[in-house]
Design a protein around this ligand. Sequence first.
Ligand SMILES: Nc1nc2c(ncn2[C@@H]2O[C@H](COP(=O)(O)OP(=O)(O)OP(=O)(O)O)[C@@H](O)[C@H]2O)c(=O)[nH]1
Ligand SMILES: [Mg+2]
Length: 429
Amino acid sequence: MLRLSGPRAREIFARCWRGPVLDDPRRSVLGRIVRVQADGGRAVVDEGLAVFFAGPASYTGEDVIEFSGHGGVLVTRRVLDAVLAAGARLADPGEFTQRAFLHGRLDLTQAEAVMDLISAQTDLALQAAHEQLAGRLGERLLALRGEVLGLLAHVEAFIDFPEEDIDPDTGAVLVARLDAAREAVHRLLATADQGRVLRDGVRTAIVGPPNVGKSSLLNRLLGFDRAIVSDIAGTTRDTLEEVINLRGLPLRLIDTAGLRESDDVLERAGIERSHAALAGAGLVLEVADGSQPKSQPTTVTNPGTPHLLVLNKADLGEDPSWHGTAAIRVSCSSGEGMEALAAAIESLLTGGAVTWNADLVSINARHQACLQEARTALDAARDLLVTSQPPELAAEELRAAMQAIGTVVGQTNPEELLGLIFGQFCIGK
Ligand SMILES: Nc1nc2c(ncn2[C@@H]2O[C@H](COP(=O)(O)OP(=O)(O)OP(=O)(O)O)[C@@H](O)[C@H]2O)c(=O)[nH]1
Ligand SMILES: [Mg+2]
């Protein structure tokens, strides 16, 4: 589909369109795209349906024309050439959505949700993107901003009437309202981990000694034979990454070279990469061969990173040295224990440190940075109020908090911020 947006959209499109005049909004009409040739003649490039959306009732808020052609690389390229020759220019990445934002069709969190929607890799991530696109996050932030504004008005009243001190009762009410706002910021900040998981996936390093079945585990979880598996210790040399959908959670599985002392230059390079994968992981699956006697742990896990011990080769029976060891017991050969492993991963990622939010509103890294700023300002305002400092100082902090909250939805939008956000989109969105 080709999309044309701007006040001159119809005029420009008409130059390369042979079909009914597009003056009836939201009605699709059949016609042809033509290109002017060197001799002044016209060559048909494609045939398809065109729809006119009259601004402001369009995606961008401007006049928009959408043409749906047959598709295909060359045809589409030629349609684009024809429209460019007629006077249009190529859109920048995310420019349609940026214009929608600038015309007030979307707030900034909704614009970002468009990007989340396109790049969602699981249904859960998709659902979260839809929630944000529907404006749930924006609504909450606007309510929060309104609350802080109310507080600010209250505090400013005391600046205007300096003869009146803030009496203790009023002070207590103000602090209680401030605490409610701080709590709301805190609740949103607590969704940042969830947001990161849904948007970026969890980097999951599969580590352990050679030959225990790490690559077999990757293949099992993926559902097809991606990695080479063999009974030769040291089969995997380079790290290998694949994304899977585990009960709605996107996991970036990283198969690594078995950890051991080695004289082989290539194997050592692989092992170095294993350590790097381990260091950057958000979840570590440490695999061991349960049919062999327990040896010294070879894996140095990063403290604080969720970690599961996976005892593989359950089909061969368990060596007594493992009895009583807390682990998920699986067999990558038979598939036994894989459901239990999935359940354990899910509960580790959603039940523990991460407060999984039932309504799926979850903030991204940019929102997190702004809200942290708001939290700092609200904390400072509270300190100033409870220690009866001049109200001007608390007002200043409340203003800073409002500004920070406003930046999340795009009420204050420095140019470079917009460039940063929309630059990540693809062209045509
Ligand atoms: N019986 C049995 N054999 C298994 C199981 N999982 C893997 N194996 C075998 O164990 C051997 C090693 O498997 P890999 O998946 O290559 O092991 P790895 O940990 O990736 O090994 P490296 O890449 O060398 O570090 C292969 O011969 C697999 O067929 C299992 O659950 N049961
Ligand atoms: Mg391997």
